[in-house]
Design a protein around this ligand. Structure first.
Ligand SMILES: NC(=O)c1ccc[n+]([C@@H]2O[C@H](COP(=O)([O-])OP(=O)(O)OC[C@H]3O[C@@H](n4cnc5c(N)ncnc54)[C@H](OP(=O)(O)O)[C@@H]3O)[C@@H](O)[C@H]2O)c1
Length: 252
């Protein structure tokens, strides 16, 4: 049987580690040509080499998507070099926690610049291509999957700005879903709980110390990739709007 995403092209932001890298690999396994966007080129090169070894197609896009031009270029190069865009996985994100009082403002700016603006730049640039793919591709459907978080559902003491960005991703996704769903661009929201990736490691040491007790059981990035693949391989008339996935032992 032909892989279900044969002939489609997917762009994954934040593909150099964690959920993005796992998702890109599984999309390629399912037959999609994948464009890999992130800042660490060496990581992307290694992932791309692995995908090509398996007979897949991968395009490396060294991009900082907080820069509007680089985000727009990432989408444009995907279409120019791989021919189209059927699937956008808006995954790149940063989570910098700790009390709001005396928090370094730069951390708040980083989260808004990447989790909100970076995602919006990619979404804006990708939409015309996704709409076209939904019209002319053999599957006649296209997907934008936005990666939010449990933190996009519930706000907690010590994660206010991360909560703000992820709640924003949820609101934007639902609004956009209503706008484009009749044109067969499916906009989906994935909200993972604790997942073993590099995400927490970018926090200040004192924040990391206080976080250690908070997180118990964790999921693997591949388990979130599995959910994303489920979403983008549904038949044309089935849209999975939202998926909230926690480790079984995670209560909140
Ligand atoms: N892990 C969890 O527990 C968890 C839970 C809920 C939601 N999430 C969400 O899942 C998504 C993926 O995170 P992860 O857990 O897989 O963490 P991760 O391993 O830290 O991955 C983050 C990715 O974002 C990329 N990135 C960071 N800044 C970027 C920039 N300016 N431009 C382009 N790419 C950039 C990183 O690549 P470079 O550094 O190479 O640029 C990396 O590939 C995030 O949106 C996160 O909020 C994660």
């Amino acid at each position: 049987m032909k892989p279900v995403l044969d002939g489609t092209v997917a762009l994954v932001t934040g593909a150099s580690s964690g959920i993005g890298a796992a998702t890109a690999a599984v999309l390629a396994d399912h037959g999609a040509a994948v464009a890999l966007a992130a800042r660490r080129r060496d990581r992307l090169d290694t992932l791309a080499a692995g995908i090509r070894d398996q007979g897949g197609t991968a395009l490396v896009l060294e991009s900082d998507i907080t820069d509007e031009q680089q985000a727009t270029d990432a989408v444009a190069r995907t279409v120019a070099e791989l021919g189209r865009l059927d699937t956008l996985i808006n995954n790149a994100g940063v989570m910098l926690l700790g009390p709001a009082v005396s928090a370094p403002l730069r951390e708040w700016q980083q989260m808004v610049e990447l989790n909100v603006l970076g995602l919006l730049y990619c979404a804006h640039a990708a939409l015309p291509h996704l709409l076209r793919a939904a019209e002319d591709s053999p599957r006649r459907v296209a997907d934008m999957v936005n990666i939010s978080s449990v933190a996009g559902r519930v706000a907690r003491n010590g994660s206010g700005v991360y909560n703000l960005t992820k709640h924003g991703v949820g609101a934007f996704s639902e609004s956009l879903r209503q706008e484009v769903t009749r044109r067969y661009v499916r906009v989906s929201l994935v909200e993972p709980g604790a997942t073993a990736t590099e995400l927490a490691g970018h926090n200040r040491p004192e924040v990391l110390d206080s976080m250690r007790n908070q997180f118990g059981q964790r999921m693997q990035a591949e388990e979130i990739a599995d959910a994303i693949i489920y979403i983008v391989t549904r038949p044309r008339h089935v849209a999975v709007n939202e998926m909230l996935i926690r480790p079984t032992e995670q209560e909140r």
